[in-house]
Design a protein around this ligand. Sequence first.
Ligand code: SLL
Length: 270
Amino acid sequence: MAPPAGKRVKGVQIFRPFIYGTTARPFDEKTNPKPPGVPDDHTHSWTVFVKGIDDVDITYWLRRVQFKLHESIPNHVRMVEGEKGKPFSISETGWGEFEITIRLYYVPESSEKPQTLYHHLRLHPYGRTEEEKETMRLNGGEVVSWTYEEQLFNEPYEAFYDILTSGAVAPSLSNTGGKGAKGKKDAQQQQQPSRSEGGVLDRSAMIPLTNRPGQPFSRETEQLEIKKLQEAMIKIERMTKQMTEDIRKKEAKQQELKADAAKAAAANAA
Ligand code: SLL
């Protein structure tokens, strides 16, 4: 690892959104046939990945990712080197679920130590309710278990700070001189203009405005989530109020009964 480059930028925190998780599919003659050579007891194909939100490049801060799979899998510790604009990913086949250890190695300019994440490989539809499980089944049996995460860089070194902040150029404009832009990727992005509609800028902390197929994390999702939380809070407040009222009534009743008992005791004593 390179020695710390220069000074830290005091009082600055920079975060970058990313997604990690697994996507699994059961083998199926029509939609997901088992490739030759795959053992008989394997029931699913699956992929574990770390990638930028909206598939934006993250290799300018994340250099390599080590995936530690279950020991039953040949060569179960795998290092994946970053390739610009591509997700860090491993695809496998198997029969069982297990915990995957994901170790993030940052670019040397960051002088950051590696960090570990854990992800449970899901092969089977999951959810709290049958409805949630059914929603998973509908998508061609594909089981998606993805997590949105934000990588925080606290007081980054100056050189790294420059790397982190030298982009934020709209993909369609980036060939006009963004420092972080590379010709090949621009050409690619220009062929896919839909990527930038409500999408995120390179080397930014943005998240997309709206959901699109395969891109479930957006401001839209966030708003829905906030709404759900607000509704839950209103419900809890209502329940708390109701419960307080019930307690108050019961306490009044208790006072009444106590007074009755005292009266009865006094009458008996007389
Ligand atoms: C279970 N605790 O019992 C888990 C272990 C192991 C999964 C799951 C083997 C793949 C291969 C495979 O799927 N292992 O042989 O390449 O459910």
